[in-house]
Design a protein around this ligand. Structure first.
Ligand code: NDP
Length: 334
């Protein structure tokens, strides 16, 4: 096993708005952050087109472009990036935090967990098997493949509306399927979807199966009426599952406290987790707001919390003897 030479001040795991904002703030505080931004850096905004609700962009901005700017701003102050996915972590309560990339071990006095969230799956037959053959979780990525086709979008939140509006620019016909008659989506997004002539709403129906045709591509979606239980099949060339997200907390699960849905638990009004020196920010914590701007705000809080922790706590005992660790005067934690 190879070892990095030094104990970092702060390692940030995550390359979305929370991670990059935490990097910007810690870099400006001269903490020389090391960011594990993931192989597909940029987080969920990498899969978005127009962002119209991030303050400071009166004309809107493309999601990937905004994330490039976040990254560049953090880099300007000395952030270092590792463009890969962390394999595992060994978190400690006030000791040295360990992050592993394959056999490579990285150590830090603090870690900010900002891994974000990922799309939820329906868990029905055909969903995984037909991934890339008609079934997708990313309208913005795959919508253009369905030009002139008949497409379904599943879900009743803003993600489903956003996907439906985007894909309807390509699809001939789009059917939005939702399991209830009421929608979780904001009124403005719902109205925009309803204004599209080629979008039809089909409620209350839940999908049961994605059925392949002879060529092994999606051909039909089997549905059940949520109230009567009656089943039916509708033809579709494409199906987009847009039913929300799951926090990407798996590498920290069992080490740091999480709630029943896997979101990392932080002290109210702070990014402190149950482990001293371990902070969490962004969508891996937040199941309420889940916006780029709130993720960025909590990334800022994570950076300030980590900075204060480093200022007020003696370095971990192990940092005393680790290569590159600062020689410290050992005193009990205050
Ligand atoms: P939401 O949790 O808001 O909505 C998920 C939808 O999927 C719900 O309608 C839910 O149904 C449905 N659903 C969940 N599980 C299943 C299932 N197993 N089978 C069938 N249907 C299911 O998630 P979103 O991703 O839509 O939005 C998350 C947050 O992000 C929100 O705060 C939203 O406002 C925001 N957002 C904002 C955007 C923007 O402003 N441009 C774009 C996208 C998201 P039910 O209602 O019955 O529970």
């Amino acid at each position: 096993m190879s070892e990095s030479k030094q104990v970092e001040n702060v390692i940030i795991i995550g390359g979305g708005p929370a991670g990059y904002t935490a990097a910007l703030y810690t870099a400006r505080a001269n903490l020389e952050p090391l960011v594990f931004e993931g192989f597909q850096w940029g987080g969920q905004l990498q899969n978005t087109t127009d962002v119209e609700n991030f303050p400071g962009y009166p004309d809107g901005v493309l999601g990937p472009e905004m994330m490039s700017q976040f990254r560049a701003q953090a880099e300007r102050f000395g952030t270092r990036f590792v463009t890969d996915d962390v394999d595992r972590v060994e978190l400690s309560d006030g000791g040295v935090q360990r992050v592993f990339l394959g056999d490579e071990e990285y150590r830090a006095k603090t870690v900010i967990l900002a891994m974000g969230a990922e799309p939820k799956r329906l868990g029905i037959p055909g969903e995984m098997e037909l991934g890339g053959r008609g079934v997708s979780t990313c309208g913005v990525c795959d919508g253009a493949f369905f030009k002139g086709d008949r497409v379904v979008v599943i879900g009743g939140g803003d993600s489903a509306m956003e996907d439906a509006i985007f894909i309807s620019k390509y699809a001939r016909e789009l059917i939005l399927i939702h399991r209830r008659d009421e929608f979780r989506a904001s009124q403005i997004m719902l109205d925009r979807a309803r204004e599209q002539e080629n979008i039809e709403f089909k409620t209350p129906y839940a999908p049961l199966e994605f059925v392949a045709g002879e060529e092994g591509k999606l051909e039909k979606v089997r549905l059940r009426h949520s109230e009567t239980g009656a089943e039916e099949e509708i033809e579709a060339d494409g199906a987009f599952v847009a039913i929300g997200h799951t926090p990407r907390s798996e590498i920290a699960a069992g080490q740091v406290e999480t709630d029943e849905n896997g979101y990392i638990v932080t002290e109210p009004g702070s990014t402190r987790t149950n482990l001293a020196g371990v902070f969490a920010a962004g969508d891996v914590v937040d199941h309420t707001y889940r916006q780029a701007v709130t993720a960025a705000g909590s990334g800022c809080m994570g950076a300030l919390d980590a900075e204060r922790y480093l200022r007020d706590s003696p370095p971990p005992v192990e940092a005393h003897w680790m290569p590159g660790g600062e020689p410290v005067e050992l005193s009990p934690r205050g």
